[in-house]
Design a protein around this ligand. Structure first.
Ligand code: ATP
Ligand code: MG
Length: 158
């Protein structure tokens, strides 16, 4: 169904900040016009909950979590960036594989199954979108999501 993304992402991020993100600063950089998109909002909530959980889980020092949203020619881009431990270059593509975890000992301590991003990738695929990561070890990670422009149904200026 049609979802207005500014309102939707604000709800997701604010709820996350209140329940789990006290020691983090969440910064939202959103456009000045509404973004009506056809998405499965329940499934997309699963995607964003896992990405935000990861941002927190793998940022032991806290820090800023940036949520960036922008409409481009090819689609809607959503980026979630943290200032956490980062991911080694040779692992950055594997994190979307089922059960893959970068540091087995640390991941075991932090809990989880290693399925979160595999599920996210499947849900984004069902939306004909793309998901990928960029990262620098010791600096932080950005998860990028692109949703096709065909799902964009316009939006008035705010
Ligand atoms: P689950 O999500 O099932 O609870 P998980 O978080 O380990 O467990 P994924 O969300 O699929 O599983 O992530 C896979 C792996 O990718 C993680 O174990 C971690 O090693 C790495 N990873 C994911 N997000 C980040 C991030 N923001 N910073 C650093 N490493 C990350
Ligand atoms: Mg996870």
């Amino acid at each position: 169904s049609t979802v207005e993304m500014l309102e939707y992402m604000t709800l997701i991020v604010d709820r996350f900040e209140m329940t789990k993100g006290h020691q983090f600063v969440f910064t939202k950089v959103f456009p000045k016009h509404e973004l009506n998109m056809i998405i499965d909002s329940d499934k997309m909530t699963q995607v964003f909950d896992n990405i935000l959980s990861n941002a927190i889980k793998y940022s032991p020092e806290g820090g800023e979590i940036l949520i960036n949203m922008a409409l481009q020619n090819e689609g809607l881009i959503i980026e979630i960036s943290d200032k956490g431990v980062g991911i080694p270059a040779d692992s950055v593509e594997k994190i979307f594989d089922r059960f893959y975890r970068v540091d087995k000992a640390r991941s075991r301590k932090l809990g989880g199954t290693g399925l979160g991003l595999a599920i996210a990738k499947e849900i984004i695929r069902e939306h004909q979108g793309e998901i990928w990561a960029t990262s620098k070890e010791g600096k932080g990670t950005t998860i990028h999501i692109k949703l096709p422009i065909a799902r964009y149904k316009g939006g008035a200026m705010k």
